[in-house]
Design a binder for this molecule. Structure first.
Ligand SMILES: *Cc1c(COP(=O)(O)O)cnc(C)c1O
Length: 455
């Protein structure tokens, strides 16, 4: 077991004072997001009807390398940050690998995932600017849970559109949101035009993040004093998550090591960006040559098999056009249990980094992720979220490769959340009810063939 695993802890004074804006250091900047109507590069003002003004400005900020974290936000971070960095000796031993494996434990937040890192500043900026109501979508319910806590702290009313398959698979996440005082609606719903259209066309549709985003954006833009917030994909969300990597950098130094490989699971990119970007700046400056690996599900392989093209962030096409690695905004992923990874595209920054080969991606079958999760639980004592298990599975693949080659490299992965509210998924795994879902080339072609016409 894990009694040998060593924790590296920081003092709360060492919570970062600024987030790191990776765009300022990228050799090729991401192409601009485009206004969905005019197809012109987006201006911050174009986003003001949807997001808080500060989040809108951060979204398009390509000049400030460091962006100050407000004191009120740092104060709330203190509830659970800095999070531990752990040397996973139990897992190393179970794998009999010469690799040194570390993980950053973001599961210790009150809602059990990294999502709170961005929920707090987003709710804070809305409150500062006089917003009374906020709305959002949620897949597995992690983002909704995080935002519910943040909204309740800042006294905002919150309506969450929850992807229908998760609403039914993960009733406890729904109860968590309700406990914090949020209203939760299964998506697609009859409460919006976007939802009604989808239900009419396909009454059994179990929902997707893309659809839920359309519903939430529609509510925000049609309701006074109501703003929308997003838990992933966008630049400002990745920015907020850099607290993960900035802390991990200090903690790796305490351990006297520096990662050769950094791994994060990948839905829209926020936790991967959070752990990776601060380390990436040392690659950009030429000091280091760390490998960065995003681990995505085999059933939703936008980084490994999608195309790089302007696409919408949502099903109905309400969002700006984003230059992304995408499977097409109408892509309906299989109902895998890593609900937070069922999203059709990657954010603009990560998509450019993949295009420029400054990072890598792997796609992992569902059964391999649950096998990895079980091994991790038995060797380190923590039951991981099905999403995070993709990062664990990718770390295990690398550690096994190092066992073959005999090299002792340092692997760091992000444990984005715990799985204690996902035990129904583990039940299905143990009962032998889970399957792998491959996407065919034909499906990818079919889903992306019309994207050029958007331009
Ligand atoms: C939402 C979520 C993810 C996926 O989202 P990213 O933005 O890609 O990080 C991964 N892990 C957990 C625990 C999540 O809640």
């Amino acid at each position: 077991m894990s009694n040998e695993s060593k924790k590296y802890l920081l003092n709360e004074k060492e919570i970062p004072e600024a987030w790191y804006n990776v765009i300022t250091d990228m050799p090729t900047k991401p192409r601009p997001m485009l206004h969905p109507g005019t197809k012109q590069p987006l201006k911050a003002e174009d986003l003001y009807p949807i997001f808080s003004e500060e989040a809108s400005r951060q979204e398009l900020n390509t000049t400030d390398r460091w962006i100050e974290i407000p004191e009120e936000v740092r104060d709330m971070y203190k509830i659970w940050r800095p999070t531990p960095l752990v040397r996973a000796r139990g897992l190393e031993r179970a794998l009999d690998t010469p690799a040194h494996i570390y993980f950053k434990n973001e599961s210790v937040s009150p809602v059990g995932s990294h999502k709170l890192n961005s929920a707090i500043p987003q709710a804070y900026y809305c409150k500062q600017e006089g917003t009374t109501n906020i709305t959002t979508e949620t897949g597995a319910g992690q983002w909704g849970a995080a935002l519910s806590l943040a909204a309740s702290h800042f006294g905002l009313a919150l309506a969450v559109y929850m992807v229908k398959v998760s609403y039914n698979q993960k009733p406890y996440r729904r109860s968590i949101m309700q406990t914090y005082g949020a209203e939760v609606i299964a998506s697609p719903s009859m409460s919006t035009k976007a939802g009604r259209k989808i239900i009419t066309e396909n009454p059994n549709y179990q929902g997707s993040l893309g659809t839920a985003i359309s519903e939430a954006v529609e509510l925000a833009t049609s309701t006074p004093h109501c703003k929308y917030t997003l838990g992933s994909v966008l630049n400002h969300v990745s920015l907020h998550q850099t607290v993960i990597g900035l802390e991990a950098e200090k903690q790796m130094a305490m351990a006297g090591e520096y990662p050769d490989i950094v791994i994060g699971c990948f839905g829209g990119g926020s936790n991967f960006s959070g752990i990776s970007f601060p380390f990436m700046r040392h690659n950009f400056s030429g000091e280091r040559s760390t490998r960065f690996i995003a681990a995505e599900p085999e059933s939703c392989p936008k980084l490994t098999r999608g195309i790089f093209q302007y696409d919408f962030g949502d099903e109905a096409g309400y969002t700006p056009l984003i230059p992304m690695c995408t499977l097409g905004h109408n892509f309906a992923p299989a109902n895998i249990h890593a609900g937070g990874l069922r999203y059709h595209g990657a954010g603009a920054i990560v998509s450019q980094l993949i295009e420029d080969k400054l990072m890598e991606a792997v796609d992992i079958p569902q059964l391999e992720t649950f096998a990895a999760a079980t091994l991790f639980a038995q060797s380190e004592g923590i039951i991981p979220a099905p999403e995070s298990s993709h990062a664990i599975a990718a770390a295990i693949r690398e550690a096994k490769r190092l066992r073959e080659s005999g090299e002792s490299k340092v692997i760091l992965f992000n444990l984005s959340g715990h799985g204690l509210i996902d035990m129904a998924s583990y039940d299905r795994y143990f009962a032998g009810d889970l399957a792998n879902y491959q996407v065919t080339d034909e499906q990818v072609r079919e889903n992306t063939k019309d994207l050029e016409k958007l331009m």
